[in-house]
Design a protein around this ligand. Sequence first.
Ligand code: FPP
Length: 239
Amino acid sequence: MLGFAKKAEKAGGGQTTNPRHVAIIMDGNGRWAKKRHLPRALGHKKGVEVVREIVRHAATTGLEALSLYAFSSENWKRPEDEVNDLMGLLRGFIKSDIDEFAANDVRLKIIGNYRALAPDIVDMIDDALARTAHNRRTTLAVALNYGAQDELVRAAQAAAGEGAISAEAIERHLDTADMPPLDLLIRTSGEQRLSNFMLWQAAYAELWFTDTLWPDFTPAEFDSALAEFGTRERRYGGR
Ligand code: FPP
């Protein structure tokens, strides 16, 4: 099993501008494959290898939480073959990587309505969630059948059910409720939009875009994003 390197020392004695929570819209698998005259499925396959590398790397940077947009509630509109390919990759990912997460103190979390996936995947996920529930080093939130508008509707309904809709009440019912605030949102492949990902959480997040297609994304580029985050001035609406 591949281990995770020891958690990196934080620069500056702990008072750092390191993000606590980074989210990534992993885009460009299809274009990566097309450029190479390969089937799209191979782009997604390479995309999963990069997921694995980035998760391992992120855990060594001291990051508390990493959220990955793996399958949106709109992705069901893709051709059946492609949806099946993505689901197959998800099965393989959970099967082959969960032992490593469990051994390396990574907690798996799913955001989105994953219960609508195939029953065998739901069972695998429930098992993986239970096995990593007490891990504390890094939370890996994988967005599956996720859409931010759907998340907000569910959160608002739950808040209303308690009697009052307020920002605090909505936040308590978001899928990310037990995670640190989102600091940095990365999108690969040159597109500059949020595509219904973490709309509420992104309110004060820094946005970082790269032309790199997801299968070409590297830990070094992830570090560049973190480094640039450290230079940004965040004012949260103040001056
Ligand atoms: C975007 O590429 C990618 C996705 C549909 C989601 C990301 C999925 C993976 C990295 C693989 C599955 C992940 C896990 C954790 C098992 P695209 O097809 O939209 O690329 P394109 O815009 O170039 O066509």
